[in-house]
Structures are given as C-alpha cells and as structure tokens.
Design a protein around this ligand. Structure first.
Ligand code: FEO
Length: 394
C-alpha cells in the first residue's frame, strides 16, 4: 500500500494483510492491517513496525517519504510480534544504534524476544520526547493488553497512537472511520470481546485517567484496522459500554451434539427463550468459531451451554469454548447447562462447575436427558428456556 499522510507530517506506513484468517485462535475472515506510522519533524520517528513478513512493505512505504536511514528513533508501543516482528530488519536498516523508545516493561521484554542489544530507551508514564515542532507524550497502559503496552500521544495534533486498543481486524482500502461508517463497529466489538474483555476493569480505569488528565483526541490511531478521525469519542464510549458489561436481555446457546439429541434440546431451549422475547443466538460449536461466540457473549445476559457426554467427559469443542471463555473473564452473566448422555452423564455437572468458576449465576441445576429426548424431554428443555428468560433483566 502507498503511505498516506493522516495529519500534517504524520504518515500511515503500515501494511494490509488481506489473507490472514486466524490470529492466534481468533478467526479473522476480513484479514487485518498492521498499522505503523512515520512522523517527519526535525527528528524523524517511526511508531511501531509490522509483522515480520510485511517489513518489505513497511520499508518501501517509508522510502517513498524519506530514506529509512534518516529515521532518528523508533517508538515501540507494543512488544507482540505483529507489531515488533519487523524491528530486526528496521533497526538493521536505520542503524542499530538509533534510540528505541519503549515502556519499562518493554525494556525487559523486547530483549527476550529479539536477543539484541539495541539502544533501548525506557520512558516514564507521562514522559515526553520532543521531535522539534511535535511533542510525544507516553502513557503506560500495562496489561492493555500486554505488560509492555503503552500509548503515544502527539500533543500538538491531539493524535493518539493507541497500540492494540480501539483496533479491529479489518483489511480494507479505507483507512478511516468516516469511510467505513457503522459497519466497522461489529469488528471493533469482536476485537474487544476476544482481546480486551479480560482487562475491562483496566479499560475503565484508563478512561477515567484520560478524563482526569483532560486529554482530547482529534484522531485515534490503533495498530489494527481503520483510524478514528470523524468521531473518536464513539469508540471510547463503546469501550466504556463493553467494559461495563451490563447484561442485555440476550442469550447465547452454545452447544455441540453427537447424534442430534443435545441439538434437539438446544432448539427447544432456544424456542423457550424466544417465546419470552429474548434475543437468542443458537451457536453450534462446530458451525460457529469460538471467537464469534465470544462476540455474542459480550453483551448477552445469559450463556447456556450444552454438551453430550463423551468418554465420561465434555465434547471437545465444548471444553475448548469453556476454556476460551473462562480466560476472557466475562462478568454479570447467568448460565445453565444441558445435554444428552448414554450411560454416565458427567457433562452437565462439568459445565456447571466451569460456569460457577466463572462466577456465572446458575439459574437451574442443569438438564440432562438419556439418549434421545422424548416429548417430555423437549417440553422440559422448552421450560428451561423460559426459566432462563425469566431470570434475565426485563
Ligand atoms: Fe496486535 Fe497485541 O498485537
């Protein structure tokens, strides 16, 4: 892609990854971008790099603006390899002795990734670096979403380089929110649900800190996807809403099935929920990717999980989903379990245990039916759906 001037003397020099479909277990059907930025001032600074395989594109983009050796310093906002993987070639090209600014945790973690003795320059939270006309201000954002994460703010342009925060896995020719419109929001929600949800309390603290500091943003530039210039407040407000995790009258029914018995139960539960006016998402775990299920879980008040008992345990996709959801620490949910079994029937108990470990409020001891559900079993499943609906906020 060609570089793009996004503000005076500030350029997007990133790369578009049209073909990635799996980002460490997160389904990315729309690809992604690795956003990197060049600030051309009295000193020239590069903000982040790209994934290793895209560094040719990065250097080519930079070369269309300045000879890369003229870069005076690099700012590493995030150590994860999709933004730092290009560092070895970039540092080699611009000069290994050039300052590499990072957070204090970056000072610990960058060498553990690259085993290089670069000229690391750790910065303080609130520390500043003058490039000439422009001043960079650094904000530590530890655990949003890695220990070394930080934001870089260009004071004169009121422009925030927000690392992974406010990003989306979305490859496009467009670079800005006003070019994509509201269609970008589901991508931003999926990103939040799968990358940042477990750090929701830190997001709320950060927003509070930013408000106290009186920072204003004319543009927010995340490391993935489009940049927010038309309405940066929109994505901040969305992050506050998602972090608050106020449960909606919505239910996710996530399940797998061996011989369609658990599926029949799921369908009856869905019908019961629907009868009570609940926005219900039935999600077969071999038809829906775990990252898409989590996106629906984000604002759901209820998560209902079904599994047949297989080899005295959970069906593997259900284990996978429960483990994934547990790691993301969703809050304020009610839950219930169901499943068909043949002879031992441990699955429902095991789901209950996992949901309780996630601090979900169980609205029912769980429903298990031997082999194929009869009319009575279908009715019991339907009634379970209605019971869950009644426990949801109206
Ligand atoms: Fe986009 Fe945490 O890396």
């Amino acid at each position: 892609m060609k570089p793009l001037e996004i503000a005076k003397d500030i350029y997007w020099v990133g790369a578009v990854d049209w073909n990635i479909r799996d980002m460490h277990g997160y389904l990315t059907p729309h690809g992604t971008t690795y956003n990197a930025f060049l600030i051309v001032d009295e000193k020239i600074a590069l903000i982040d790099t790209t994934k290793k395989g895209f560094v040719d594109e990065l250097l080519h983009s930079i070369s269309q603006i300045v000879e890369p050796r003229k870069i005076d310093c690099v700012i590493s906002n995030h150590t994860e390899m999709d933004h730092s993987g290009g560092l070895p070639r970039v540092m080699h090209r611009i000069g290994e002795d050039k300052p590499l600014y990072c957070s204090k945790m970056g000072l610990k973690n960058l060498p553990r990734h690259f085993r290089q003795r670069w000229n690391y320059q750790p910065v303080d939270d609130g520390g500043e670096l003058s490039l000439g006309k422009k001043t960079l201000s650094f904000m530590e954002t530890r655990m949003l979403h890695w220990p070394a994460s930080m934001f870089t703010y260009v004071k004169e342009d009121r422009l925030l380089f927000s690392s992974d925060a406010f990003g989306q896995h979305y490859a496009s020719l467009e670079r800005f929110d006003d070019q994509v419109g509201d269609a970008i929001m589901p991508h931003a929600a999926k990103y939040f649900a799968n990358i940042l949800l477990l750090y929701a309390p830190l997001v709320l603290k950060l927003v509070e800190k930013v408000q106290k500091l009186g920072l204003v943003f004319d543009m927010i530039c995340p490391d993935h996807g489009i940049m927010w210039r038309q309405d940066p407040a929109k994505i901040i407000n969305a992050y506050v809403e998602w972090s608050t995790q106020k449960p909606k009258r919505k239910a996710v029914v996530a399940y797998d099935t061996m011989w369609h018995s658990t599926e029949k139960m799921a369908e009856a539960i869905v019908a019961g929920l629907g009868e009570e006016g609940v926005d219900t998402r039935p999600m077969h775990l071999r038809a829906c990717h775990r990252s898409d299920v989590m996106t629906e879980v984000l604002d759901a008040g209820a998560v209902v999980v079904g599994s047949p008992t297989l080899n005295n345990g959970l069906f593997p996709t259900v284990s996978d989903f429960l483990s994934y959801m547990k790691g993301l620490k969703p809050k304020n949910k009610i839950g219930a379990a169901f499943g068909s079994y043949g002879w031992s029937g441990e699955a429902v108990k095991m789901i209950n245990k996992e949901l309780e470990a996630m601090k979900f409020e169980l609205v029912d001891p769980g429903l298990k039916i031997q082999y194929v559900p009869d009319d009575k079993g279908i009715e019991a499943s339907y009634e379970l759906g209605k019971k869950i609906a009644k426990a949801l906020p109206s």
